[in-house]
Design a protein around this ligand. Structure first.
Ligand code: AMP
Length: 367
């Protein structure tokens, strides 16, 4: 089973690590010679629009997938009709544009924040009048981890924000005063069978995910999230793992965005679920039966951003599992994660208090 992965970051790396026990082989295309997935699988060093390397991958692989959603449409087209490509390129195209994404949510009856497309300063001013402040101005494309967005709090923020984005297509969203953030991870296989992971609760700082907790025991919200995920998966005739991030407000879900790939808020599944998101994504795209998504006890996942705490201090905390990505530490860069799993929620709570200072937070944060 030859699997090509477009993109060689930590998600590609963890996909390969999950795939070897299934007997899969990997080749990974990435423009960076030191892409961290290259430490665990052969790297094809080339740009995502490099016709020769795409051709090579299409000939070698039985299925091609990707580890980030900004795969250029040209790369997806290079595989079309030649080799299985999952998740579908339509999901990729929609997730690359916040406007198409929110429009699809809206068409499927999935609630979103108010939104308006913004292509000029006048349009932005009109949208602010309709929506009121605060509001969030985001680039339609290439935004991630809070990059490419600005909160408009007063009317004085409007013009500088418009200028800072330098004419790229934008979307204005109503600012949601949410009670919490959650995500739904769902996996759909070639035959259409679909399974869902338990609801995950997420905490961000500066737009970057810091902590995920699962299972988040809110059965009504979980059902609502699974229902929305099923609508998306069926509409897109999706194969593979899909993540959807939601705000929770007044005990209802409001969709923020979707990622047509394995997701940071699913890293806990490596130790905390019967079958990890990485293995289930591979099972789905390889036409294998899906594994159980049931949680094993309680898990909390902490991202290591910018630098890595020392292994001895992390591993001294009972029930922790440390995943180092092999990336050069840089401010704001995800370089590893730590999962703490136990059947006993008190063990998770106590361990979390010890781990939080190691990743730059006080023990009382994220209670
Ligand atoms: P995003 O890049 O869209 O995933 O946004 C990153 C984070 O910014 C989210 O997880 C939220 O914490 C925050 N955020 C994004 N959009 C909004 C919004 N419309 N209202 C309130 N907070 C938001």
């Amino acid at each position: 089973m030859n699997v090509g992965i477009v993109g060689g970051g930590q998600l590609g790396r963890m996909l390969a690590l999950a795939g070897y026990p299934l007997g899969a082989c990997f080749r990974i295309l990435d423009p960076m010679a030191d892409a961290c997935a290259g430490q665990v699988a052969p790297l094809i060093h080339g740009n995502y629009n490099d016709a020769i390397q795409l051709e090579w991958l299409a000939n070698w692989a039985e299925v091609v997938t990707f580890d980030f959603e900004n795969v250029p449409a040209a790369a997806a087209q290079a595989f079309a009709g030649r080799v299985a490509f999952h998740p579908p390129s339509e999901a990729l195209a929609i997730a690359q544009d916040r406007l198409s994404e929110k429009t699809l949510f809206w068409e499927l009856g999935i609630p979103t924040p108010n939104f308006a497309t913004v292509d000029s300063l006048e349009e932005l001013q009109r949208a602010v009048e309709r929506m009121d402040l605060p509001a969030v101005l985001k680039t339609r494309r290439l935004g991630y981890d809070g990059k490419g967005q600005k909160i408009l709090r007063t009317h004085e923020d409007i013009e500088p924000a418009w200028k800072a984005f330098d004419g790229v297509p934008l979307i204005l969203e109503g600012f949601v005063r949410f009670e919490r953030e959650v995500s739904v991870l769902a996996v759909r296989c070639l035959g259409g069978e679909t399974t869902f992971y338990p609801l995950v609760e997420n905490h961000h700082r500066d737009g970057i995910l810091r902590l995920s907790r699962a299972p988040c025991l809110m059965p009504d919200l979980e059902q609502e999230g699974w229902d929305y995920a099923r609508r998306l998966l069926d509409r897109l005739n999706y194969v593979g793992l899909l993540a959807i991030e939601f705000f929770v407000k007044d005990d209802r879900l409001i969709a923020n965005e979707m990622a047509p790939r394995v997701h940071n808020s699913g890293h806990w599944t490596i130790e905390g679920a019967e079958t990890s998101q990485f293995e289930n994504h591979l099972r789905a795209i390889l036409g294998l039966p899906l594994g159980s998504t049931a949680a094993i006890g309680h898990s909390v996942m902490l991202n290591c951003i910018g630098d890595l705490p020392g292994q001895p201090s992390v591993l001294a905390v009972p029930n922790t599992h440390y995943h180092v990505y092999g990336k050069v530490p840089r401010p704001g860069r995800k370089v590893g994660h730590i999962t703490l799993r136990s059947d006993d929620p008190d063990v998770v709570r106590d361990g979390l208090k010890q781990l939080l200072p190691l990743v730059g937070f006080s023990p009382s944060e994220f209670g």
